[in-house]
Design a protein around this ligand. Sequence first.
Ligand SMILES: [Zn+2]
Ligand SMILES: [Zn+2]
Length: 89
Amino acid sequence: MHSKNKARRTPAEQDHIDRVKALPCSVCDAPGPSEAHEPVQGLWFISIALCSDCHRGAKNGLHGQKTMWRIHKLDEWGALNITNRRLAA
Ligand SMILES: [Zn+2]
Ligand SMILES: [Zn+2]
């Protein structure tokens, strides 16, 4: 266990995560609620909204073979841009 994981989120961070999770998937557009992928541990303001398959799926997921990411020609930066654009809308 990493003690960093236990750092308490600030109210602003928790609010941001809740808004990210309410979005559709940034890769395949599956309707929310989504999961919040954290590209760098503890940096909640760069969280990316992903469905469970595009996030953790063995074939499609970011933490798997990334097939869906290749189909949509997206990397984490591109998906983050979509998440943030939707939050700003
Ligand atoms: Zn998806
Ligand atoms: Zn993740």
